[in-house]
Design a protein around this ligand. Sequence first.
Ligand SMILES: [Zn+2]
Length: 179
Amino acid sequence: MKEVTKLLIREFKIKELGYDFLGYSLQKGDIYTFHHLIIPARFGGKEVKWNGAVLCGKTAHPYLHVIENKDYEMFCYLTSEMIDMNIKGQLDIENLRRIHDLLETFEKHYSGSRTSKGKVLIKEEYTKRAKLWKIKRIKRTYIIVLGIDVKDALNKENVKKKLTRSQTCIKIGSDNYDW
Ligand SMILES: [Zn+2]
């Protein structure tokens, strides 16, 4: 593995968190890879910290480039979220939530699509992301219902259902995403 990838993994606590810049967990037999964020390799972009994101080599990384080819605007939105985290120096749950929503939008639009060679465009493994955002979102809903963020709560569906689930989460209550 490249030194810069190792550096990014360390600085962004990828191993401790268990997910990459797009919220993917490393699967067996896969490795983390370096993705050029701002200046692509084809334009001579360097493999340095400010220009990089860590992505799982068999899921997030190829998937992102599928998106780049199919929907360049979507790719730019995703890139923008990753650049934001790179600048912040940490993987941020708010960015990861927006990333998840963007990916979900892409998946709704292109579900069932095939490549020019007749292969499935969105492989099944591309749709499996870490569930941490869900847990956080549920916790957030709980706080919302307590009246801290009422405006947001009005936009949510099934608040009641989520509240019940969130209460369970709160009881377990931890910032450790593994549970
Ligand atoms: Zn790449």
